[in-house]
Ligand binder design. Structure first.
Ligand SMILES: Cc1cc2nc3c(=O)[nH]c(=O)nc-3n(C[C@H](O)[C@H](O)[C@H](O)COP(=O)(O)OP(=O)(O)OC[C@H]3O[C@@H](n4cnc5c(N)ncnc54)[C@H](O)[C@@H]3O)c2cc1C
Length: 384
């Protein structure tokens, strides 16, 4: 990738900046962190505004409802929206950043036409039903069972840590369709309508007080066979596509947000006298270098993905591993800058610090990313 921007790209940036300056002041007030229906409406409303202005699905393929823009334009979009303080992708995380891209890569034309436009238009929310109580890092051990009955699968089992399940319309669901096959070969990827009879969602409260994820119980839920993405028992391969997007590109926008927070930390430290501490200054300087490096790694990963058909490669694990730790270090530094104020739960940085603890667990723990880097990039022998 050429790291310099062309005149056309700079023009795209200027137009976007102008639109953001007009659009952002028209947004309604942000709902409180635990008002999930309110957050859903807010996040979908913002997505609709992006769509109507021609900024939805910039880098999605044209035949998946996107605009087929270059990865560079998508990165400019992320830089400008974050720097302008535009809303986070929020409840649209799964739909826009990994279920949607998986369907774009693996779905039939009919599936793409059914599921992708409502995501881009800000009409439907997706969640991810992968993890189970005994299948997290060892995801292929999942036991939720799907038995074929005519044109439906009948699904029974339970999922856990399902983010946004309470407000989702659809769930990317992994089920076991062949219990006798080796564990990676008996899995199928389904799109589950969250209003189907037999689904119970039980919210789980995090240490920050918000119920952002849930347990999902499935009792003989009927899912049409037509909702299967990929072949029956080929779901592990489709899952790898989903995880590549989740680890490789889903957190990219957050790197820009972290760089913005770093700037705000330096400003706050100058105002409250903490800037006099050379150890803190060195820490913020090192973090600045770290996030700049992560941004370059992002550019590299995104352009590699583009060159290899759009699906990010295993390099996403390097990014996820380093990014999740850098994010925790950033919010530890924020606590240092804020002093006792960092205990105030009404402060955005306090909540972000608490949620940063989950980053080395969600989307595959750091240990699992290290295993992937060791085995698949460095070629080290497989662990036992
Ligand atoms: C905020 C958040 C949101 C989430 N959202 C979703 C969601 O929407 N949908 C969903 O399906 N899941 C979601 N998850 C679940 C997440 O994917 C799992 O928590 C994660 O994969 C780890 O699984 P586990 O919790 O079962 O831990 P375990 O797999 O039980 O791991 C426990 C510990 O053992 C270590 N370990 C396990 N196996 C190995 C190994 N082979 N080598 C070295 N160390 C190992 C792990 O690194 C970890 O430290 C979410 C998690 C969080 C924190």
């Amino acid at each position: 990738m050429d790291l310099a921007y062309s005149p056309e790209e700079e023009e795209f940036r200027a137009r976007l900046r102008e639109w953001l300056a007009k659009a952002l002041p028209t947004l309604p007030p942000k709902p409180s962190p635990d008002d999930w229906p309110g957050r859903r409406a807010y996040d979908l409303g913002w997505q609709r505004m992006l769509h109507d202005a021609g900024y939805a699905g910039l880098h999605w393929p044209v035949d998946a409802g996107g605009q087929g823009a270059t990865p560079t334009r998508q990165l400019i979009f992320l830089e400008e929206t974050e720097n302008a303080g535009a809303p986070y992708v929020g409840a649209n995380f799964v739909g826009l950043l990994h279920a949607g891209p998986t369907i774009a890569a693996e779905g039939t034309p009919g599936q793409r036409a059914r599921w992708l436009p409502p995501v881009l238009r800000g009409e439907e929310v997706w969640c991810q039903g992968f993890s189970e109580p005994d299948a997290g890092s060892d995801l292929a051990a999942l036991r939720t069972r799907a038995c074929r009955d005519g044109d439906d699968y009948v699904v029974t089992g339970s999922k856990i840590w399902t983010s946004h399940a309470e407000v989702a319309d659809w769930c990317e669901l992994l089920v076991r369709t062949d219990p006798d096959a080796p564990k990676h070969r008996g899995i199928t990827w389904l799109a589950l309508p969250m209003d189907a009879p037999g689904i119970t969602v039980r919210p789980l409260r995090t240490l920050a007080g918000s119920a952002e994820f849930a347990e999902v119980f499935l009792d003989e839920v009927r899912v049409p066979v037509a909702n299967r993405v990929g072949d029956e028992n080929d779901g592990w391969r489709v899952t790898m596509v989903t995880l590549s997007f989740e680890r490789g590109t889903a957190f990219v926008g957050e790197v820009v947000a972290c760089r913005r927070v770093l700037g705000e930390l330096a400003r706050t430290a100058r105002e409250n006298g903490r800037w006099d501490d050379p150890v803190l200054r060195r820490r913020l300087g090192r973090l600045n270098a770290e996030f700049r490096a992560l941004w370059r790694l992002t550019q590299w990963n995104v352009s590699e993905a583009e060159a290899s058909g759009g699906v990010p490669g295993v390099g996403g694990s390097v990014f996820k591993l380093r990014y999740s730790h850098a994010r925790q270090e950033l919010y530890d530094a924020a606590a240092d800058v804020l002093g006792p104020d960092c205990l105030d739960l009404d402060r955005e940085w306090t909540l972000d610090r608490l949620s940063s603890l989950s980053y080395t667990i969600a989307a595959g723990t750091s240990q699992i990313q290290r295993n992937i880097v060791a085995e698949r990039i460095l070629g080290l022998p497989k662990g036992r």
